[in-house]
Design a binder for this molecule. Structure first.
Ligand SMILES: [Zn+2]
Ligand SMILES: [Zn+2]
Length: 309
């Protein structure tokens, strides 16, 4: 069982061990622009090929004095932009402060773990600890603090050789999770139980009112009827991704297909024969949802060009 490290001198020692491990493994350093809520500053960070690290001690004049430990992913690190911190694992410099996400805890064999309480919402409704745990494969580890117990995510043992590997996994998981939350693919509703889901529907609309009207502004692009006809004619009733026939015959007797621009119009793609294919609705949705590189390749090779123009 892990026990939370709460004594000021011991926390200090743990933080020094963390810094030492990171110093040994993140053997590069350089100046980069790092983004914080409310601005960005040029900071000297330590990094390797996977992760970067920045730390500060936020002193006693603050409401919650803490060791501020910020981590990011090197795959996204750039000298031309402000770089976002993926996660902060801050540690109160003394005692217990559950508003700060991180803490150290020691087990019977004297191993010291770096823990994160799992709150990752950054203010986003419902995107918190439970959602992250349901989505990721992380499990909570119980930790005792004096007589109380709590559970948190064990990021890694700070003196072990695989610590930075574990930390990298943690960062990748958080980054992917935040990405899905940002695109709306996972949200407040995704991970709740069936009962709670039903409950939320009932409390949200107890009088079964019809939905309110909404207006959305969408940007569209002009498309040529001739290019569309070209794509449909060459698809000849069969989806150019899955090769199945269009799912039904339209009133005009043609197998229903949708015209898709391989390089999206919204990203500067052209409305020209070399960029259009006919897709069944499922495959069309698939392209707009995941736009898989293999599928793109297949569609590019399926395009028929009659003449150069
Ligand atoms: Zn298809
Ligand atoms: Zn499309």
């Amino acid at each position: 069982m892990f026990k939370t490290v709460i004594e000021i001198g011991e926390i200090n020692k743990c933080q020094s061990l963390l810094l030492e491990n990171l110093k040994n493994n993140l053997y590069l350093s350089g100046k980069f622009n790092i983004g914080f809520p409310g601005g960005s500053w040029t900071e000297t960070i330590q990094y390797n090929e996977d992760i970067w690290f920045l730390h500060h001690e936020i002193g006693g004049e603050e409401k919650s004095p803490r060791f501020w430990n910020g981590f990011g992913l090197v795959q996204e690190l750039s000298s031309n932009k402000s770089n976002n911190i993926v996660v902060e694992i801050n540690i109160p410099t003394n005692g217990i402060n559950r508003k700060v996400a991180g803490f150290y805890a020691k087990n019977e064999s004297g191993e010291i773990g770096l823990f994160h309480r799992g709150g990752l919402g950054g203010g986003r409704k419902g995107i918190g600890k439970q959602a992250f745990l349901s989505w990721s494969s992380y499990e909570l580890t119980s930790v005792s603090t004096n007589s109380a117990k709590e559970s948190a995510i064990l990021v890694g043992l700070i003196e072990s050789d695989d610590f930075t590997v574990k930390l990298h996994d943690f960062l990748i998981n958080i980054a992917n999770f935040k990405q899905l939350a940002t695109t709306g693919e996972i949200n407040e509703a995704t991970f709740i139980s069936d009962d709670e889901l039903w409950e939320r529907i009932c409390t949200e609309n107890p009088k079964r009112k019809s939905p309110k009207k909404t207006t959305t502004e969408t940007v569209g692009y002009e498309r040529s009827e001739f290019v569309k006809e070209y794509a449909l004619r060459h698809a000849n009733g069969k989806c150019q991704l899955c090769n199945n026939a269009g799912p039904f015959a339209t009133k005009s007797g043609r197998n229903f297909l949708e015209v898709h621009h391989i390089d999206w119009l919204s990203k500067g793609g052209l409305d020209m024969p070399e960029n259009v294919v006919g897709l069944c609705p499922n495959c069309h949705r698939k392209m707009h949802n995941i736009n898989d590189a293999k599928d793109i390749k297949k569609l590019k090779s399926a395009v028929v060009i009659l003449k150069s123009h």
